[in-house]
Design a protein around this ligand. Structure first.
Ligand code: ATP
Ligand code: MG
Length: 418
């Protein structure tokens, strides 16, 4: 038998209520904050990701699904969506119209990682991108939307951490100071970190190996190397978050796995997630639009990992499905009348179903039980002759007779009130 790919999961009907709830919340909140949906392709030119995410990042070094198109062009399945959104923003001159500079997206991302709990090769993200706003209040808005989304879903044990990476001018002197420090600790660092010292020294601070963490405990802090402007921006973001009552803590070791971030960066973790505890991450990326060939445009955004949200989503948050009405029709005329009633119920927006194989009431009732129906509409030839049908409440077992012609309408008005 052919099986699916490791780390690439089916989302089956018994999990779908969770996903729909999460996606509905994302859509509803994004729209209320003024973000419009954008759908960018799941594959792009490889160069787009290499140039935006950064050549010496985990994603570009080892996680991308890259393949050659038939004409030899190198293509890549998107490992994240910001690069594609920025490309579309530039390509369609979206910055030229004043209205829609705020976008959200939902969809699958692809990374070749070692599959484990909370880490997949195809996973889903909800994210937003806010273009053209340099104000720290844009950072605050984006974090506030993220916080409202996660706390609105009732996710337990959330922590928001923020940091500032400064601007493009702050980074080189800090990198130099960090590198000086790392050289004095080189013998205590893991192989990977020693390599990163040459390519991307900030990533050493992000290493999960305990030895590396203790070795860099007293590393110079980026927040001590910020220009006056960057410091001011960061302080304004913090003040804005406090004003909105969003709890956060400062983490000067926080860095991101993508090179395009500047100024504010943030991450939300859940204490219930175990090792892969990051639910969402984001920050400001003022240089990216220009780096990809657009006009200089400040931007800020986030991405949420939806599998991880689904993992910790409390069961109490998941709404129960609408009541199911099962139509038990049998006998020649019964089936004809029953099919019509079924169609009417569905036309009225009710959830209604039947079993076309069942030819006896007993068989129908068994199936209604399996499906968890709350009402069963019973129509046999006798009922058709009388112009009536029976409605059985499966919980109370009470039964009542209704006129065939108006039964669907009266069930509908009853269920919509109740
Ligand atoms: P991590 O440190 O967990 O590798 P990351 O820094 O690579 O995360 P981002 O690129 O910032 O993650 O993506 C944002 C969010 O997407 C993460 O916080 C996480 O919830 C989710 N995510 C990232 N990679 C995966 C994956 N392979 N499987 C499932 N979710 C993922
Ligand atoms: Mg990663």
């Amino acid at each position: 038998m052919l099986r699916g790919i490791k780390g690439v999961k089916d989302i089956l009907p018994d999990e779908i209520a969770r996903w729909q709830l999460i996606e509905d919340m994302a859509r509803r909140l994004s729209l209320s904050y003024g973000y419009q949906e954008i759908r960018v392709p799941v594959f792009e030119m490889t160069e787009l990701f290499a140039r935006s995410i950064g050549a010496s990042t985990d994603i570009v070094e080892k996680e991308m699904y890259t393949f050659q198109d038939r004409d030899g062009t190198s293509l890549t399945l998107r490992p994240e969506a910001t690069a594609g959104v920025v490309r579309a923003y530039i390509e369609h001159n979206l910055g030229g119209s004043a209205v829609s500079q705020k976008f959200f997206y939902l969809g699958p991302m692809f990374r070749h990682e070692r599959p484990q709990a909370g880490r997949l090769r195809q996973f889903h993200q909800y994210g937003v991108e806010y273009f053209g706003m340099r104000s720290p209040l844009a950072d605050v808005e984006v974090v506030s939307l993220l916080w409202r989304f996660l706390s609105g879903l009732g996710l337990p044990d959330l922590t928001l951490e923020i940091n500032s990476l400064g601007d493009a001018a702050d980074r080189p002197p800090y990198k130099a100071a960090l590198l000086e420090f790392l050289k004095t600790r080189e013998d205590r660092l893991c192989q990977n970190c020693r390599r990163r010292m040459g390519t991307n020294p900030l990533r050493v601070l992000d290493c999960k190996v305990p030895g590396c963490q203790t070795a860099t405990e007293d590393a110079p802090r980026i927040t001590d190397h910020l220009s006056a402007g960057s410091r001011r921006h960061f302080e304004d973001v913090q003040a804005g978050l406090r004003d909105l009552g969003i709890p956060f803590s400062l983490n000067s070791r926080l860095v991101r796995g993508l090179d395009y971030y500047t100024q504010t960066i943030f991450e939300v973790t859940s204490g219930r997630l175990g090792a892969q505890n990051a639910v969402a991450a984001g920050g400001r990326y003022d240089g990216l639009v220009e780096a990809l060939g657009g006009a200089s445009t400040p931007a800020v955004g986030f991405a949420v990992g939806l599998e991880r949200v689904a993992l910790v989503l409390p069961a109490s948050a998941i709404p129960r499905p609408h009541s199911l009405i099962f139509v038990a029709a049998f006998g020649e005329q019964g089936v004809t009348a029953g099919t019509r009633v079924l169609d009417e119920l569905r036309g009225l927006g009710l959830r209604a179903d039947t079993d076309y194989r069942a030819s006896t009431l007993k068989a129908h009732l068994r199936q209604a039980d399996r499906l968890g129906a709350e009402y069963v509409v019973i129509i046999g030839d006798d009922e058709v002759t009388k112009g009536r049908l029976l409605v059985r409440n499966m919980r109370t077992k009470e039964q009542e007779e209704l006129p065939l012609l108006t039964a669907a309408r009266s069930l509908s008005s009853r269920l919509k009130i109740g």
